[in-house]
Design a binder for this molecule. Structure first.
Ligand SMILES: Nc1ncnc2c1ncn2[C@@H]1O[C@H](COP(=O)(O)OP(=O)(O)OP(=O)(O)O)[C@@H](O)[C@H]1O
Length: 270
């Protein structure tokens, strides 16, 4: 039987940000699975960096990263890289005055879905609550509306995998659940791997097929949420009693909101 290719294969990678004192990863190796996968673990442990490396947005200084068997250093161009993976960053802004509907349809028509259908397009807009915003200029969207737009972009674009860094923190609770439910179904039905970093463990428990729990010293526990997210493992990973994790989630959410406000204010004053 042919051996199955791991979704992500990290071989002895070392990665440091410019001018950082310590590398985020040093001589790290491991295979990570596909499916609908949530990344959990303390702040600054390397969840975003791992996704950026896997999606070919960053390259390691040493070692190799393979995504679906392809060395991320060997993408012929941006188009090939985007065909393999799209990336939803934590804070993205668009200054274009174009209406949402025009940009969404450009993303769909210029994207990688082989068969395009009006019904699918409409369903995506409806799922993310964008139908009534179709005429709104992208630069006039609220934070939550922008996050819903980015989620729709990632689905309409049709890459073989989607990486998303804290993509739902500004949404209302019901919208978060609807979005994650949709991505789980989309991932299964279309065999598209979706990696999502989420600071809310309850959402990971409810929706993820697989969780990656990052520990200091770069071990990553991999398995189903029920297997991995035990009180003992969480206390070890986060270094706080499991009962305090809700308070931590609240603080993480505040931090994400503050960072995003800071960025917006900076953009507004420029
Ligand atoms: N652009 C950058 N320049 C320098 N250092 C960075 C940069 N981005 C991240 N880092 C550092 O790299 C380390 C890993 O960061 P990363 O963002 O991957 O962690 P994370 O687990 O996603 O954290 P969080 O949960 O807070 O988003 C941290 O020490 C962080 O401060």
């Amino acid at each position: 039987m042919a051996e199955e290719i791991p979704f992500i294969e990290l071989s002895d990678i070392t990665f440091s940000y410019p001018e950082a004192e310590t590398p985020v990863f040093s001589g790290f190796s491991g295979n990570l699975p596909g499916g609908f996968v949530s990344l959990a673990g303390p702040n600054g442990i390397g969840k975003s960096t791992l996704m950026l490396l896997a999606a070919g947005r960053l390259l390691p200084q040493k070692g190799r990263v393979r995504l679906l068997g392809k060395d991320t250093a060997d993408f012929a161009d941006e188009e090939e890289r985007n065909r393999f993976a799209s990336f939803v960053y934590q804070n993205m802004e668009f200054e274009t005055p174009e209406p949402l509907e025009a940009v969404l349809s450009q993303v769909y028509s210029g994207g990688f879905h082989e068969k395009k259908s009006d019904q699918f397009y409409k369903d995506v807009l409806r799922t993310f609550g964008l139908t009534d915003l179709a005429g709104r200029s992208l630069s006039k969207l609220s934070k939550g509306e922008m996050q819903r737009t980015l989620l729709a972009f990632s689905v309409l674009y049709g890459s073989r995998s989607i990486f998303m860094d804290e993509p739902v923190f500004a949404l209302e609770d019901k919208q978060k659940e609807e979005a994650l439910e949709f991505f789980r179904g989309y991932s299964r039905e279309n065999r598209v791997t979706v990696y999502v970093s989420l600071h809310e463990l309850d959402l990971t428990k409810k929706y993820a097929e697989t969780v990656l729990l990052f520990h200091r010293g770069h071990t990553i526990d991999v398995g189903s949420p029920a297997e991995i997210l035990t009180s003992e493992a969480l206390e070890k990973a986060y270094g706080v009693p499991a009962a305090m994790l809700r308070q931590k989630e609240y603080l993480d959410r505040k931090k994400l909101e503050e960072e995003s406000d800071l960025l917006k204010n900076r953009g507004d004053s420029e």
